[in-house]
Every structure is written in C-alpha cells, then in structure tokens.
Design a protein around this ligand. Sequence first.
Ligand code: FAD
Length: 369
Amino acid sequence: MMEKVDAIIIGAGVVGLAIAAKLSHKLKNVLVIDKNTSFGEETSSRNSEVIHAGIYYPQHSLKAKLCVQGKEKLYQYCKDRNIPHQRLGKLLVAHGEAEEQCLAKTIKQAALNHVNDLTWLTESDLKKSNPELHATAALLSPSTGIIDAHSYMQALLAEIEYNKGQFVGKTTFVKANKDNCGFVVTLNSQDEIMQVHCDHLINAGGLHSTNIAENINDLAKSHIPTLYYCRGHYFSYQGKSPFTQLIYPVPEAHGLGIHASLDIGGQLKFGPDTQYINDIDYEVSDALKAKFVTAIQRYYPSLDTERLQPAYSGIRPKLEGPKDGFKDFVIQNEKVHGLKGLVNLFGIDSPGLTSSLAIAEYVSEQLSI
Ligand SMILES: Cc1cc2nc3c(=O)[nH]c(=O)nc-3n(C[C@H](O)[C@H](O)[C@H](O)COP(=O)(O)OP(=O)(O)OC[C@H]3O[C@@H](n4cnc5c(N)ncnc54)[C@H](O)[C@@H]3O)c2cc1C
C-alpha cells in the first residue's frame, strides 16, 4: 500500500515551512521534505535577516503586497512566540541632490504600497543622531527590523509538529505524476526510493524550484521560467558597531546596495552586493574587499578596513537576468498550469523571508484550503 498524505511541501526553507505551518491547521497530514539533513540550510540561512518595510517594490506587485502584509504578520508572530527580533529602523541615505531626489521618489513609492511612516532627516539631524554617518539626507523607515531567522524557522517547525505535521530531512524529491485525485510523488530518502500519494503538492524548492518543476511529469514546460543565480557577499565588521540602525544606500540594479545591518547579537555586517553566477557556489573572495571598502566609505568614511573580514554569501533565485528589469514573485496554481492541487513558487528572492507568512496565506487561498 502506498502511503498517503494530504500535502507534500518540497523544501524546508522559510517559505516551505511557513506554508506547511499554515496548511497544518487545516489538513491532517502535512509532510515537508528537504534534501538536506536539517531545515533552512540554503538561502533561508544565508541572507540579511532584515524584516523589510516594503518600500521599493512596484505598486500591486506580489512583492509589495506580500512584503507589507508579511511584515506585520511576522512582527506579531515573533511577539507571540518570543522569537528574537528588533524593530531597529533603517536609514536610507543619500549623497547629493540626485540621490535626494531618489529619496523623494521613494516616499511616493512607499505610500503607493501603503507604507506611510517614512520621515525625512536632514544632514544636521543625522550629525546629531549618527555622528559617524556621512550623508546629506536620509529617510528613516521605523518599521524595518531584524529577526533571528533560525529561531523563526524552529518556531514554524514546532507549529507544524504541534499540528501533527512532519518534517523529514535527507529526502529528495525525484518526480511526481498526476493521477485523478492528486499526485504520486517519488522520493529518495537516504537511497531508499519510495512513493507517497498527496492531494496537494507545493514546490518551494528555492534555487532548485525549476529543476523540481521539470520533474513534475504533467506540467507543461512553458510554465517553467528560467532561473538565474545572483550571489550576494557579506563582510563582517569586528568589534563594536558605530550604528544602532540599519544603513542603506540608494538601491542599485538587482539589489539594495551594500548596506550595513546588524544581527540579533549586535554583530555588524556589510553586504550583500550582486554577482550573477552559473553554478551554486558560496565562495567569498578576499578580492571583493576593495569594492566593499569603496561602497561603505561613501556613508561611513572612518571605516577601519582591518576590521572588515569576508563572512558568508547567499544566492538569490532570480527570475530577472543581468539585463532585465524588475521581476515579481511567481506563484502558480491550477488556474495557470491546469494541475489541480499543485502550487509552484519561482523567484522567491528578497523579500521572501519578510513575506513568508503572507506567502503561506496566499498559497493556502490558491489551493482553497
Ligand atoms: C543575499 C540574500 C539576502 C537576502 N536578504 C533578505 C532579507 O534581509 N529579508 C528578506 O525578507 N529576504 C531576504 N532574502 C530572501 C530570502 O532569504 C529568501 O526569499 C528566502 O530565504 C527563500 O526561502 P525559500 O524557502 O523559498 O528557499 P530556501 O531557503 O532556498 O529553501 C528551499 C529548500 O528546498 C530544498 N530543496 C530543493 N530541491 C529539493 C529537492 N529536490 N528535494 C527536497 N528538497 C529540495 C533545499 O534544500 C532548500 O532547503 C535574501 C536572499 C539573499 C540570497
């Protein structure tokens, strides 16, 4: 007899776990699998751990909508479950008139996304509050914060297990075939091949989501987008941080610029930059230091370069190639691909962590659960 579950979620990153947690309230048997030993070993533990405000994304995009909704849900979730987080606020800094005009546009864009809490700080305001910071003006975003992503994922897993759902690691999705009431899913669990039947199949495979989709046998290839890998590197800054808030330059193409962020333990780090790569490789080259120093010194001229050390990197699963403009999250359900019970998530780059609880609700609605 083939084992049967209500839902299989492929991928135990922050998005897969949030979806599994949400579905576990309504469905009896929710199974979330990951090819790695534990949960959240890929992009979900290689990011800035920033709770974004939802300022920049185009109006009505999923990124704008789910980030703004997700931010509030995430703060509440953290509060309810004692997950370490801090609503530190961020300063979006400008140098000179052209960048100040970008800030002015950002206020308008943010308002379109229902983010109405930005305040304008002048150079003299900044000199008083942040003497080490060099900028001619800044926007304060008070709803931006930081979170301990690992504790958040642990809380999601606890919620899944409390609702009798299950996480199984070292288990790779191999393929799925549609039948008349769901999917027959072939899994490889530590070299043992097994088949499990599910009514709902969620592809939350992050960097591997398109490979997973290729192996859903009845899914038309035209629904599988091209995914690009865009690596972002971080350098940590040893010793005490000169800043108590997050410091962001004006955004650049494909990323938010080399910003200064703090983790929950108070460690200051700079990054990420953007580098398109062909294969999954988390190298952080020492050679990047000069570029980091130049970018950081624009807003922090007294940077002590000796204290700046290569730290880690993460890879964004992007739908936009190096020459493309903005691409939104893609979350496909039956209305798009015609396969009842299947949801594919593609291009869940930033702000995927912030949006995760709102994405989970959206997926649940897409499946009418
Ligand atoms: C440099 C960087 C900085 C970022 N900063 C922020 C930030 O500050 N704030 C924010 O909101 N967002 C940020 N993000 C985005 C955020 O990290 C991601 O959107 C989020 O982690 C995506 O989660 P996920 O669950 O979709 O993917 P992942 O965490 O990648 O999880 C996917 C999982 O699927 C598993 N999997 C894949 N294939 C298979 C298979 N065949 N079988 C079984 N399992 C499989 C993988 O092992 C993996 O664990 C950042 C991203 C990057 C790269």
